[in-house]
Design a protein around this ligand. Structure first.
Ligand code: XMP
Length: 325
């Protein structure tokens, strides 16, 4: 551990590009001091925190960093492509892209219980990452996108974003350059590092990804429907003036009757959910204007095969949770 565990009382909140630049300059020096000419490994999900850490390390040590992006098949539409484009194509980083879709979906086949799904996804993620790490020679450091709330909130919901479960013989020294920052500061730093807005201002996304929004036993066709419908809802909601804190589509493992060309058939229901919250402990449903709901309904029905109903989830937390599982 290079930085202290507690944020110093006099540490200024990073709110401006100038403060972000100063932070970046300081961290680049610290990273270079800590790492020297050694190699660093980073699990790069494409979320804000790991992306900012990747960009900082690329600036500090360039190709001494290897980023591993594991595509478990549960990412949102366009996410894996964006990671490759930003980090490999634009930032010229060492990026190992692992297509582990079949592995994850194979293991998840027939598993309906939410916590069992989470466990499988978390454990397999570590296994895939470990396999990739073993292929690389001379790694001595592990970089992580730990942020200050992850340290202060012991039940941190992000626990399995972080690769904490590596075996004994793979305990690397940690590089955690944003560990004293709050989320809003990480975003200001990300912007100053030139990361795209779509990455920097991204809404929170759970580690098990779309897996908890394709409820019950995941099937490939329903998972694709979740991904496509979610992309439509994100696109339409992002036209609103005030973005909700989190907004997405879930498709439960449930079919209902529909009618098309005078024939009855069974289809899925796409459920739109948008919430605001401060700390995710409580949350309230966000009002979406009727016209926008109708646009989303029409697009989902026209563009996503298998869906014959669109619903709007207006539940608050409690008693509903933000995610469907
Ligand atoms: P719930 O559904 O419990 O979600 O109201 C609260 C917040 O946590 C996120 N969430 C998760 N994040 N792994 C994560 O990294 C998970 O298993 C997980 N489950 C829920 C959820 O998206 C919301 O922001």
């Amino acid at each position: 551990m290079y930085l202290p565990n507690k944020r110093p009382d006099n540490m200024e909140r990073i709110t401006t590009p100038a403060l972000a630049e100063a932070f970046i300059e300081e961290q680049v020096k610290l990273i270079q001091e800590q790492v020297g000419d050694k190699k660093v490994l980073l699990a790069l999900s494409g979320g804000v925190d790991s992306s900012v850490v990747a960009a900082l390390l690329i600036k500090a040590i360039g190709k001494q960093l290897t980023c591993v992006h594991v595509n478990h098949g549960l990412l949102r539409k366009g996410e894996p492509e964006q990671v490759v484009q930003v980090f490999r194509d634009e930032m010229n980083a060492n990026l190992v892209y692992v297509d582990a879709i079949d592995r994850f979906l194979g293991l998840l086949e027939g598993v309906a219980e939410p916590e069992a799904k989470r466990k499988i996804i978390g454990a397999e993620f570590i296994r895939v990452f470990e396999e990739e790490a073993r292929k690389l020679e001379g790694i001595e450091f592990l970089a992580q996108g730990t942020i200050y709330p992850d340290i202060t909130e012991s039940d941190g919901v992000k626990a399995h974003h972080n690769v904490g479960g590596l075996p004994e013989d793979m305990q690397f020294e940690l590089v955690e350059p944003v560990r004293l920052l709050y989320k809003d500061e990480v975003r200001v730093v990300g912007k100053a590092l030139g990361l795209p807005d779509g990455m920097v201002f991204r809404q929170p996304f759970p580690g098990p990804g779309l897996g908890v929004r394709c409820t019950g036993a995941i099937t490939r066709d329903r998972l694709e429907a979740v991904r496509e419908a979610d992309a439509i809802v994100r696109e339409e909601i992002e036209k609103m003036d005030n973005l909700p804190w989190q907004y997405y589509v879930a498709i439960p493992d449930l079919k209902s009757t529909g009618v098309k060309d005078d024939k009855r058939y069974m289809g899925w229901a796409a459920i739109i959910r948008a919430v605001n919250t401060v700390d995710a402990v409580t949350a309230e449903s966000v009002e979406i204007p009727w016209e926008r709901l109708c646009v989303m309904r029409d697009r989902i029905i026209a563009e996503v095969p298998g869906i014959n109903r669109v619903l709007w989830d207006i539940s608050d937390k409690p008693v509903a949770t933000i995610e469907w599982e």
